[in-house]
Ligand binder design. Structure first.
Ligand code: PAJ
Length: 281
């Protein structure tokens, strides 16, 4: 397994590989890899000749008061995990490589970047869309793999690929969860024991909503109220939002119909967690 730091070297590797007719599967990450990331890597390994994982804690997607500085970084551990999964290349660029002096161009997706998570993380998706577009241009993947865990991110990336005619196929993979249902996340490491226990309530809320919808509930406000009741029983958990939107375009729904996305974000102490469920209403 190679670890490549220079953009030029990564580009050359990808160009040469594609000239030889090899397919490239790509998993963009910020490191601190867990079973969720590994599920994306495994899928890419099955479907491609070469697998590239990028590890880059992208400063442009963090707000000034967010956890950019303390975001967990452990290249040695991540590299061991990648090696075990048969990854061919870890692309581990420098911040000054991705954002050299004079950098001025951003990718911004209208509307989709203003709702749900964007309300408490202004500018976040502009940073995500920009870095992912750059990574695609450097790594030149045939297929890129994303997790349903970050549902809004996946919808936005698909939109960017369509709108900018990027020649990459996007695959979105299911959420990998802990035993109690908590979606795996690098940020779960910030939770203390008590907070970690409270966090199980997120999935309980989502499953409650799913049950209600399966029984025929069609009013989003009613469903959201019932979810709130469950989640707010844990005093430590503060709801940022609970939304019921169209799963494809994130349009808010007045009535449950078709493929819907039930998305939520909460704060537990200083930690912000997100989760979601797709339901066929
Ligand atoms: P990161 O949070 O490291 O996540 C990398 C990928 O792993 C994302 O596509 C995310 O949705 C997926 N993932 C995370 N937890 C998961 C889980 N429990 N189950 C399945 N997939 C999961 O998302 C980012 O990094 C960044 O925004 C990035 C796209 C790399 C741009 O900087």
């Amino acid at each position: 397994m190679k670890i490549i730091r220079l953009i030029k070297e990564m580009s050359n590797f990808s160009c040469l590989s594609r000239q030889k007719g090899k397919t490239i599967g790509f998993i963009p990450t910020m490191g601190a890899l867990h079973a969720g990331h590994l599920s994306l890597i495994r899928c890419a390994r099955k479907e491609n000749d070469l697998v590239v994982v990028s590890i880059f804690v992208n400063p442009s997607q963090f707000g000034p008061k967010e956890d950019f500085k303390k975001y967990p970084r452990n290249l040695k551990k991540d590299a061991d995990l990648c090696k075990n999964e048969g990854v061919d290349v870890i692309f581990y660029p420098l911040v000054t490589g991705i954002y050299p002096a004079g950098f001025k161009t951003y990718v911004e997706v209208k509307e989709l970047s203003d709702m749900l998570c964007a309300k408490s993380r202004p500018g976040h998706f502009k940073g995500v869309a920009t870095v992912v577009t750059k990574l695609f241009n450097i790594v030149l993947p045939d297929t890129a793999y994303f997790g349903q865990k970050d549902a809004q991110q996946a919808v936005i990336i698909k939109r960017v690929v369509m709108d900018l005619n990027l020649a990459v196929r996007i695959k979105v993979m299911p959420i990998i969860r802990e035993k109690d249902g908590l979606a795996m996340s690098s940020r779960n490491a910030y939770l203390d024991k008590k907070e970690r226990k409270s966090a199980a309530v997120l999935y309980m809320g989502l499953k409650k909503a799913e049950g209600l919808i399966k029984k025929g509930a069609v009013n989003p406000q009613y469903i959201i109220r019932r979810m709130k009741n469950i989640i707010e029983k844990e005093r430590a958990v503060k709801i940022d939002y609970i939304s019921i939107v169209d799963a494809e375009d994130l349009r808010p729904l007045k009535r449950i119909k078709g493929k819907i996305l039930l998305a939520l974000a909460v704060r537990i102490g200083k930690v912000r967690l997100i989760d979601n469920l797709i339901i066929n209403g």
